[in-house]
Design a protein around this ligand. Structure first.
Ligand code: BGC
Length: 796
């Protein structure tokens, strides 16, 4: 149950606990801690996890007889653990209490999204009527990104005595949060050292195995009434045990404050000294809390999307988790967009193409963060060039899964949990990721007008990806068209032709059309650059006229397959067998992971016209109808709106939505063409994590792409919003279920522009601090302006 700004779970359900932990994660962009019960170490339904953005570690494991390397986002020591039990004046000590205790009578978890505060209330009562109320409050500081804190209040009912409290810093943690990865070595922490300082401070330092990132946590535990701790240290952790008197009218409080420092921090310092210094300076809990909530207020002012009703509450949760993963602090970090947030270990914290769904929101609200995420890609341009070179190509070949170094981190084998078989993983052949990076560069520059970036780092990325495509094609002498062979499209189900000995499919329409787009933008960009910069870049990249002529040629003659009047997802898709969808639904119910079902049956999804997720339809997500016209026209194909409509309905019937990105893209595409079913898909995308629609995956981390995509669906999808230095443009399509909403955005130089959308009307407010008027382009070629300090209403 939820209300307004509060997300709430009002009973304990062990089966739901992984989901609650993921959705109650608290973070500040630098690190995040899952919303796990402080009483419980890892085990059963409980999985405490703390993850630092960009902190990956590499290990080698033997899986199915093969040595495989895995680079994982490291689970850091558990700082939250707080155990407690009753020590009544009369009778023996009680058991250590947890939500799983039989004595639990009441349980309530509340996540306050406005303040970024997680509260947990528990009430225990034993057979003799001795009650204990426990209330925890946790924050991960949004202002000071090295701090977190947890305050616990104990109140006794019907007895007196003490509560024994053990405040633990646990360094025995491993990466063990995803059952499918249990065969991989998860022991990423080594060289533990522990100790104590005066004033209730315990510390733990360790390092990752490879590359040996130093990590230090200092925890200060303070109690009221003040008591000295019995302090014990093991090689891998510390425990501070207190006996706090409680009784009628006497409560006890424990505040645990964390300072986290690592060798990745700037300025460089010994992590342990930095952590112990920081904990000595850390403010008291009330001051820490007020600094934290004030920081959140500033973040919300920039980031909020207000939509009334239930959809709005879910969207607010999405904004919250997005901003906890990628906050203003991210602008100072060298990190990418982890597909599952900093909320769990699925996909090992890797960075895929999902930033395609995340950056548009950041472009509008936090352009500095969007830029930093693009710089993460730019710093890995040398690695992408090297990957291209090793593949015998020029330019830059970005990896399908990226982590610390920018080399390819996609697994070579994956487990089908249904069949128990290890299978070759060819998803790394998704070369379209490079076009997504280039597209993000272009869109960021269009939305923000940041030519400084576009003409420097941005141009290098875009031109090197274009160069890769120009060299990756082969000319088919018969048709006179260029082809891209042996790839995998966004639909990961099709990784080979049935019976083929080599992986990959040919001429994935999405890959080819976006490659043509990148080549054309590369040429446009070179044309737009100031002369001096153009010559400099051409010299730096050794781009001669002959190469540019080839770009032009390839961008106009890439092959796009068609069948039955629709775009073919790839060459030969239309020749594959039709799946009996109804029979499979009847037999299995949930058939999202059709690939696993078929493989377990001894069949393969490669034989069928059955897609995991939006693939061809991604074109309608990235490009407006007139852009599609332009793109296909440039490629020399006759393009009618009807071709697109037929293509949409063709794939709608042949997609199992095995990725949360799928319903989002379908919702977007249908909403833009005012399709009858739009809301069904939008709603599924909204529910993806809160209702865990992919069957148990949310507990392993949120789906950040889908979360961000739903916000963007409202902000840009329904409004048809485009921003740039020349102003803002809208072309709304009404979506009955989301008739009104408000958000604040950046438009070129203008910050804090407020947009209010109502049925048939739009209000634009420009802050008084803006340097000049803002141009607004409305449907029907109307151009109006809004002056600083003014709000104007327009009919749509
Ligand atoms: C999807 C990819 C996505 C990845 C990470 C996969 O299930 O097929 O498109 O990038 O998840 O979110």
């Amino acid at each position: 149950m939820t209300t307004g700004w509060t997300w709430r779970y009002d009973r304990y359900d062990a089966g739901r606990e992984p989901l609650v932990e993921a959705l109650c994660t608290l973070g500040n962009g630098r690190f995040a801690t899952r919303g796990s019960a402080p009483e419980c170490p890892a085990g059963g339904p409980h999985y405490p996890g703390t993850y630092l953005a960009g902190c990956y570690d590499r290990l080698t494991s033997v899986v199915a007889g093969e040595r495989v390397e895995n680079e994982d986002l490291v689970n850091l020591p558990n700082w939250t653990l707080l155990r407690y039990r009753r020590l009544p004046d009369e009778g023996p000590p009680g058991d250590w209490l947890t939500p799983d205790s039989e004595e639990l009578r009441h349980y309530d978890v509340r996540l306050d999204l406005r303040a970024g505060v997680l509260t947990r209330h528990l009430f225990f009562e034993d057979a003799r009527g001795r009650g204990l109320r426990v209330s925890h409050i946790r924050v991960v500081h949004m202002g000071d990104s090295g701090l977190a804190a947890q305050r616990t209040l104990f109140r006794a009912y019907g007895w007196s005595g003490s509560v024994e409290v053990r405040s633990v810093l646990d360094g025995t943690v491993t990466n063990a949060g995803v059952e499918r990865y249990r065969h991989l070595d998860g022991r990423h922490l080594t060289d533990h050292r522990t100790g104590f300082e005066p004033d209730g401070v315990a510390w733990l330092s360790c390092r990752t195995v490879d590359p040996g990132i130093g990590i230090a946590m200092a925890v200060r535990t303070a109690t009221r009434p003040a008591r000295l701790a019995r302090e014990t240290a093991t090689g891998t952790g510390t425990a501070q045990t207190y006996r706090l008197p409680v009784g009628p009218g006497r409560s006890a409080t424990v505040v645990k404050t964390l300072a986290l420092h690592t060798s990745m921090d700037w300025p460089a310092a010994d992590p342990l000294s930095a952590a112990t210094d920081a904990i000595a300076r850390a403010p008291s809990f009330p001051r820490l809390l007020s600094g934290h909530t004030a920081a959140w207020q500033r973040v919300w002012e920039q980031g909020e999307l207000h939509v009334p009703g239930e959809a709005g509450r879910i969207l607010r949760l999405h904004v919250f988790h997005l901003l906890q993963t990628l906050s203003p602090h991210t602008a100072d970090l060298d990190v990418g967009v982890p597909a599952r947030g900093l909320h769990g270990e699925a996909y090992r914290g890797h960075v895929f193409w999902d930033e395609l769904f995340v950056l548009p929101y950041l472009d509008l609200h936090f352009p500095e963060v969007a830029r930093a995420l693009l710089m993460y890609r730019h710093r890995r341009l040398p690695a992408a060039r090297e990957a291209a070179r090793l593949a015998g190509r020029q330019g830059a070949m970005y990896p399908w899964q990226s982590a610390s170094s920018g080399r390819e981190e996609t697994q070579v084998l994956h487990l089908n949990p249904r069949s128990g078989r290890w299978l070759a993983d060819h998803s790394r052949l998704q070369r379209h990721v490079g076009s997504a990076v280039a597209y993000n560069v272009w869109r960021y520059a269009q939305a923000t007008g940041d030519l400084g970036f576009l003409h420097s780092a941005g141009a290098e990325i875009l031109l090197e990806v274009a160069r890769y495509w120009a060299g990756a094609v082969v000319l088919d002498p018969e048709s006179g068209r260029y082809r891209i062979r042996g790839v995998v499209g966004p639909d990961e189900y099709h990784d080979a032709y049935p019976g083929a000995s080599a992986p990959g499919i040919d001429d994935n329409a999405y890959t080819n059309v976006t490659a043509a787009w990148v080549l054309a933008r590369g040429l446009d960009l070179l044309g737009e650059l100031p002369e001096a910069r153009r010559s400099e870049l051409r010299e730096q990249l050794a781009l001669d006229d002959g190469e540019l002529d080839r770009w032009e040629d390839v961008s106009r003659r890439l092959h796009v397959p068609f069948h039955q009047g629709v775009v073919s997802q790839f060459e030969g898709y239309g020749d594959l067998a039709e799946l009996d969808w109804e029979a499979y639904r009847a037999r299995y119910g949930d058939i999202r992971r059709l690939d696993r079902i078929l493989e377990a049956e001894g069949d393969t999804v490669n034989r069928y016209q059955a897609s995991k997720q939006a693939d061809t339809l991604m074109l309608g997500y990235l490009f407006r109808p007139e852009e599609l016209h332009g793109l296909f026209g440039r490629l020399g194909y006759a393009w009618e709106d009807e071709t697109w409509r037929a293509t949409v309905s063709y794939y709608l019937r042949r997609t199992s939505h095995g990725s949360t990105l799928s319903s989002l893209v379908h919702g977007w595409v249908l909403a833009r063409q005012m399709g009858a079913d739009a809301w069904r898909y939008c709603e599924e995308a909204l529910l993806a994590d809160v209702a865990d629609v992919q069957g148990g995956t949310t507990g392993e981390g949120v789906h950040l792409g889908a979360m961000a995509g739903t916000i963007d669906l409202v902000e840009r999808g329904i409004t048809g919003l485009e921003t740039g230095p020349e102003g803002l443009r809208v072309a709304p399509v009404p979506l009955a279920e989301i008739p009104r909403f408000t958000f604040t955005l950046c438009v070129g130089r203008h910050r804090g522009v407020r947009l209010r959308m109502l049925p048939g009307r739009l209000a634009v407010r420009v802050p008084a601090s803006s340097a000049g008027p803002l141009a607004v382009f409305l449907p029907g070629d109307r151009r109006v302006t809004v002056a600083p300090g003014q709000e104007r209403w327009f009919r749509l």
